[in-house]
Design a protein around this ligand. Structure first.
Ligand code: ZN
Length: 258
């Protein structure tokens, strides 16, 4: 199994947004990666609760962050960053929304770059460049690249499935293509945290709860529709790629074929 992994999160990316954004790389994702347009996120379908679930493999009612305000866990569960750090892996993170700093505990990251997407233009591309530069120089074990513009400058600004929203998805997928082409030795997982409808999200509507995911890694057959997997499966799958046992409390399952 591969020892290095990149996780990309594209905030607010709906499955039908991927299919309608017009980016030709979508065909490559469907042919050369494992894919699903029918994965499930957690309720409430809100950014910080969903990312906390992504990294701790339990729903928000278990980890306790149920809004975009971080809540320290009452019965703490080790997250993916902490598991990797305890196993001597080098973690780094590139993100455009400051609240996401709380998806790991202090001491888990070797390197992090935060670029406020509201104060800068084109942060998805810039953060991708920063990540690629760091990967070229340091070859870290685990990279988390978080792109917020699809949600913030697409969905909330002009509406989910609007032209502006679809353009943001297309830009984010250009970034995914660049990462995939420049990092052939890395396993890569791409996910959304939630979808959206009108100019909002957070409900249990299918438009908010259904997310796309893409996997380029050993144990996932290219061109396979992975169906109804869960956001909670991502951390156990990444642990599996590193050959590590999942944390006992984690509720998701590795999707890798043995
Ligand atoms: Zn979000």
């Amino acid at each position: 199994m591969s020892k290095k992994v990149i996780l990309v999160s594209i905030d607010g990316m709906r499955p039908d947004g991927v299919l309608q954004c017009g980016n030709p790389y979508v065909e490559t994702l469907k042919k050369e990666w494992g894919y699903t347009f029918n994965a499930r996120t957690c309720f409430p379908s809100v950014t910080l609760p969903c990312h906390t679930s992504l990294f701790h493999s339990v729903p928000p009612e278990r980890h306790g962050t149920t809004t975009n305000t971080y809540m320290p866990q009452v019965r703490p569960i080790e997250g993916l960053f902490e598991l990797l750090k305890h196993n001597k892996k080098v973690n780094c993170m590139f993100y455009g929304w400051e609240e996401l700093r709380d998806v790991s505990r202090p001491g888990s990251l070797k390197h992090a770059v935060y670029l406020n997407a509201l104060a800068h233009e084109d942060t998805d591309r810039k953060l991708t460049e920063y990540a690629l530069e760091y990967i070229r120089e340091k070859s870290p074990d685990f990279v988390f690249l978080y792109m917020v513009e699809t949600d913030e400058k697409g969905g909330h600004a002009t509406g989910w499935m609007s032209e502006g929203y679809l353009n943001c998805i297309s830009t984010a997928l250009d970034c995914v293509k660049k990462v995939a082409e420049e990092c052939p030795d890395y396993d890569i997982i791409v996910t959304a945290d939630h979808g959206g409808h009108d100019r909002s999200h957070g409900s249990d509507l299918p438009e908010d709860m259904t997310i796309p995911q893409f996997y380029r890694c050993e144990g996932v057959t290219p061109g396979t529709d992975l169906g109804e997997i869960s956001l909670l499966d991502v951390a156990p799958t990444i642990a599996d790629l590193f050959g590590l046992e999942p944390v006992e409390e984690w509720e998701g399952k590795s999707i890798l074929k043995k």
